[in-house]
Design a protein around this ligand. Structure first.
Ligand code: HEC
Ligand code: HEC
Length: 163
C-alpha cells in the first residue's frame, strides 16, 4: 500500500514538472487559444456569418437538436412573444413551409402533453444553433453509431481471417 502511494506521488510530481516546463516554453498545444501566451489575452474572433441557405442538415446522433438553416437575428424570444413559434407552431407551420416542432416540445417533465409549447422548450436557442460559416478549430473525431458498428464488424471479420 505504502509503496503504491509513493509511486503515485512520484508520478504526479513528474507530470507537474513536465506541464510546468511546457508552460514555460509556451508550447502547450491548444488550437482554441492559438499562439497567444498564457499571460496575454487573445483578441476575440469575429462573429461567424450565418449561412442562411435553407438547407436542412442531417443529424449526427439520435436526439440531436437539428441546426437552424436560416437567419434568426430578427426573431425575438421574450416573455411576451416567441417568433419561432409563429412559424414552427401548430397553427401556421404549413403556411410557412416550416417543420412543426415535434411532440417532445409540448411535454412537461412528467411527459404529459400541454396545449402550448412547454416552458422547458420555450427558449429555442438554448438547444438549436444557426448554421454558420466556420472552420472547426479542433478536428472532430466523432463517429456515429453506424460507423462504430461497421468498424467492429470489420475487425471481427479480420480476426476470423475473412476479407
Ligand atoms: C418566418 C418563418 C420562420 C421563423 C420565424 C422561424 N423559422 Fe425556423 N424554419 C422555417 C422554415 C421555412 C424552415 C425550413 C427550412 C428553410 O426553409 O429554411 C425552418 C427550419 C428550421 C429548423 C430545421 C429543422 C430541421 O428539421 O432540420 C430549425 C431547427 C428551426 N427552423 C428553428 C427555428 C428557431 C429556433 C427559430 C426562432 C429563433 C425559427 N426557426 C424561426 C421558418 C421559420
Ligand atoms: C431542451 C432543448 C430544446 C429546446 C429548448 C427546443 N428544442 Fe427543438 N428540438 C430539440 C431536439 C432534441 C429535437 C430533435 C428530437 C425531438 O424532436 O425531440 C428538436 C427538434 C426540433 C424540430 C424538428 C422537428 C421535426 O420533427 O423534424 C424543430 C423544427 C424544432 N425543434 C424547433 C424548435 C423551436 C421553434 C423551439 C422553441 C420554441 C425549440 N425547438 C426548442 C431540442 C430542443
Amino acid at each position: 500500500m505504502r509503496a503504491n502511494h509513493w509511486w503515485m506521488t512520484g508520478c504526479c510530481v513528474a507530470l507537474l514538472a513536465l506541464a510546468a516546463s511546457r508552460l514555460a516554453a509556451g508550447d502547450l498545444p491548444n488550437p482554441l487559444r492559438g499562439p497567444t501566451a498564457l499571460k496575454d489575452e487573445p483578441a476575440a474572433p469575429p462573429i461567424a456569418a450565418i449561412e442562411d441557405k435553407d438547407v436542412k442538415r442531417g443529424r449526427a446522433y439520435t436526439g440531436q437538436p437539428p441546426t437552424i438553416p436560416h437567419d434568426i437575428e430578427k426573431y425575438e424570444i421574450t416573455h411576451n412573444v416567441n417568433m419561432c413559434m409563429y412559424c414552427h407552431g401548430r397553427v401556421r407551420n404549413a403556411e410557412f413551409g416550416a417543420p412543426m416542432v415535434s411532440a417532445t416540445h409540448f411535454m412537461d417533465r412528467d411527459y404529459d402533453f400541454l396545449a402550448e409549447v412547454s416552458p422547458r422548450r420555450y427558449f429555442c436557442t438554448q438547444c438549436h444553433v444557426s448554421q454558420e460559416e466556420v472552420v472547426a478549430p479542433v478536428k472532430n473525431t466523432f463517429m456515429d453509431v453506424d460507423q462504430i458498428l461497421e468498424r467492429e464488424r470489420a475487425s471481427a471479420r479480420q480476426a476470423d481471417g475473412k476479407p
